[in-house]
Design a protein around this ligand. Structure first.
Ligand code: PMP
Length: 352
């Protein structure tokens, strides 16, 4: 550790959720999609795609950018792809934060880590007592704003009209809207990129498109901001998306039918999950994401996490002040949900 740069010595790195190598768990801890990637995408992958790994991938990721642009009704020049949306977020911190950054107290933990890594000063703005984002708290803040929408850990969605107000009241700084979970019921801010030249929308293939392991994320923004992101990318890793991932993602975007079916199933199961949890006495934050943040008066978040793990179910517990009594539960299949609810019932019965 003596050789490590001073800034890193004091940095608490991001702690990913558990990825057990032995399987055997019902995995509801990292907001992955319980359904396989598009079959159309899978069967279009061939031996020659693997053989083509001898070549560098396309640094401009032209086919994938075109497919994304077509899907959102924007131009290819408005899209940048990256190695997961985490990399897009890293580029935003590296490229647009001389003025500092600002984000909520309860949100995606990586914002704080990237700020530390890139030496960006940041302010934290508290969510309202009901865990919602108050748009006016972000007006004219003079720093680059990072908002996950729906918000990470809470699942709460901020209506597009509120995002519009934040953009309007920050004409001189960049606003990054991280839409990792937008497809599970929210309305994307992509429609605002023409109007607001300071908006970067960040999305991922990890959640709604079942490709977390492929590591593909992207930004949609005005051409000027995309050029800025490219300046960072070409100063760091021009071939940031590998060719196999770019190819499967390109097919996946085109399979709009399967995309729609998966989203609908998850939204339906989310409703069942929330109802089931409420019947067991849990309070749940209103989620528009593929996870639910839930707490119970008679058992702590940490104990619940441990007891579920002992019984083969992984959920996520965050040891953070405002949410430490909660667990975050990813929406799985209906079968996963049945087992989860039965197991929770058993755990709660033991407590009385
Ligand atoms: N943003 C948010 C809010 C997330 O929860 C995640 C997933 N951990 C990411 C971005 C990053 O996702 P990925 O790098 O897999 O695209």
């Amino acid at each position: 550790m003596n050789y490590l740069n001073a800034r890193l010595k004091n940095l608490t790195a991001y702690q990913p959720g558990e990825q057990p190598s032995d399987g055997g768990y019902i995995k509801l801890n990292t907001n992955e999609n319980p359904y396989t990637p598009s079959r159309y995408a899978v069967i279009n992958m061939g031996v020659e795609d693997v053989e083509n790994l001898r070549l560098y991938s396309d640094p401009e990721c032209r086919k994938l950018c075109s497919a994304i642009a077509e899907f959102y009704g924007v131009e290819k020049r408005n899209v940048l792809t990256a190695n997961g949306s985490d990399e897009v977020l890293a580029f935003c911190f590296a490229g647009f934060c001389d003025c500092g950054a600002v984000f909520p107290d309860v949100t995606y933990g990586f914002y704080r880590v990237f700020a530390g890594l890139f030496g960006v000063n940041y302010d934290i703005i508290g969510l309202a007592p009901d865990f919602t984002v108050r748009a006016e708290d972000y007006f004219n803040c003079g720093k680059t704003i990072f908002l996950a929408n729906p918000n990470a850990q809470t699942g709460i969605y901020l209506p597009l009209a509120e995002i519009g107000k934040i953009l309007k009241n920050n004409p001189n700084n960049v606003v990054v809207i991280d839409e990792a979970y937008i497809d599970f019921g929210g309305e994307s801010a992509v429609s605002l990129i023409d109007k607001y030249k300071n908006l970067i929308v960040v999305q991922t293939f990890s959640k709604s498109r079942s490709l977390a392991g492929a590591r593909v994320g992207f930004a949609v923004a005005d051409e000027g901001l995309i050029r800025g992101l490219k300046q960072v990318k070409y100063s760091f890793n021009p071939y940031n998306v590998n060719s196999l991932s770019a190819r499967i993602a390109t097919f996946a975007v085109k399979d709009t039918q399967y995309f729609g079916e998966c989203k609908a199933k998850i939204i339906k199961t989310r409703k069942r999950l929330i109802n089931g949890l409420k019947e067991l006495g849990f309070s749940c934050l209103p989620s528009t994401a593929n996870f639910v943040l839930a707490e119970h008066v008679s058992i702590s978040g940490e104990e619940l996490y441990i007891k579920l793990k002992e019984r083969g179910i992984l959920v996520r517990h965050f040891n953070e002040e405002r949410i430490k009594n909660f667990v975050r539960i990813t929406v799985g299949t209906d079968a996963d949900t049945n087992i989860l609810l039965k197991t929770l019932e058993g755990i709660l019965n033991e407590k009385v």
